[in-house]
Design a protein around this ligand. Structure first.
Ligand code: C2E
Ligand code: MG
Ligand code: MG
Ligand code: MG
Length: 287
């Protein structure tokens, strides 16, 4: 009886496995079509100064308008794209589209910058630095208008960094994303030409102690800020959701703030509306 039951479990397990495998395969096929079908879209989330809350940059965050499943967040397809070579065409599109959109927005906000997320496979790809230079040139943008966000700093070899040297001396910024999580190597940071540390939102979420969390991450964040100051880096806090978090981060010396409290990631049209409203409010003497 037991043996029979176990056989049943194995069968159920196998069919569940193949179901997942089939879904994956379908998704991969769909993803190949997503780019030519125009189903990919960039959302944008503003990054503001911690003091006056002035927008200084927007982070491009990819979305997939899947014909059946609707709007998909990156977690549901970026890992898949990274496993095969789709990440290269996808990443090239992100670079182009973000630069195109920024060149439009800079007519209204000449200092605005854009940051894009670059997977480490893409960053170390031989042609990527030259496609960055090309995208900037095509859209008449200075290198200082663009930031590249990378995680997994440990995998960034010095060799591929050399490709970016000219761009970086022209002002291209490199940001370490999800800083303070297992993906970023603190030791490696001393060797990398990084300009911005983006403190991971898990550390921001644990900033203010609660009943089930007695300790705060504040001392840790303070030490990152101290390190950043001494090394001439800027610190962005990600995932800021409450006014209390904002206040604590401002006191701790974080330069830049990003999170739902300021604005959620939104379509280009909605982001443009947000930028208009935010900057009008600042310049309106009646307000
Ligand atoms: P990330 O670069 O760390 O982006 C921040 C993520 O946190 C975004 O999720 C954003 O929607 C979310 N977020 C922002 N503020 C808050 C907040 O206050 N509270 C909470 N709970 N979440 C907040 P999203 O858009 O789902 O992106 C997830 C990740 O996917 C990104 O993390 C990035 O690593 C990756 N990604 C996004 N776009 C691209 C892309 O174009 N290329 C590559 N390679 N990766 C991308
Ligand atoms: Mg990012
Ligand atoms: Mg992050
Ligand atoms: Mg991330």
């Amino acid at each position: 009886y037991l043996a029979k039951k176990e056989r049943g479990n194995v069968q159920r397990f196998q069919s569940a496995l193949s179901e997942a495998a089939i879904r994956r395969l379908n998704l991969e096929q769909d993803l190949r079509q997503a780019l030519p079908n125009g189903e990919l879209e960039l959302y944008y989330q503003p990054v503001v100064t911690s003091g006056a809350q002035q927008p200084v940059a927007v982070e491009a965050l990819i979305r997939w308008n899947h014909p059946v499943m609707g709007l998909l967040p990156p977690d549901q397809f970026i890992p898949l794209a990274e496993e095969n070579d789709l990440i290269f065409s996808l990443g090239a599109w992100v670079l182009q589209e973000a630069c195109r959109q920024l060149s439009v927005w800079r007519r209204l906000w000449p200092e605005l910058r854009v940051s894009i997320n670059v997977s480490s496979r893409q960053f170390t790809q031989t042609d990527f630095a030259s496609s960055v230079a090309q995208a900037l040139a095509v859209h008449h943008l200075p290198a200082s208008a663009l930031e590249l966000e990378v995680t997994e700093t440990a995998t960034l070899d010095t060799e591929s960094l050399g490709d970016y040297a000219a761009l970086m001396s022209a002002g291209l910024q490199l940001a370490v994303d999800d800083f303070g999580t297992g993906y970023s190597s603190i030791v490696r940071l001393f060797e990398l030409p990084v300009g911005i540390l983006k403190i991971d939102r898990s550390l921001v979420a644990a900033l203010i102690p609660s009943q089930d969390r007695r300790r705060s991450t504040l001392p840790l964040i303070r030490s990152f800020v101290t390190y950043a100051r001494e090394s001439g880096l800027q610190v962005t806090a990600e995932g800021v959701e409450t006014p209390e978090q904002l206040e604590v981060l401002k006191q701790a010396g974080c330069d830049l703030i990003q999170g739902f409290l300021i604005a959620r990631p939104a379509s280009a049209a909605q982001t443009e509306r947000w930028l208009r409203q935010t900057t009008e409010r600042e310049y309106d003497p009646q307000a």
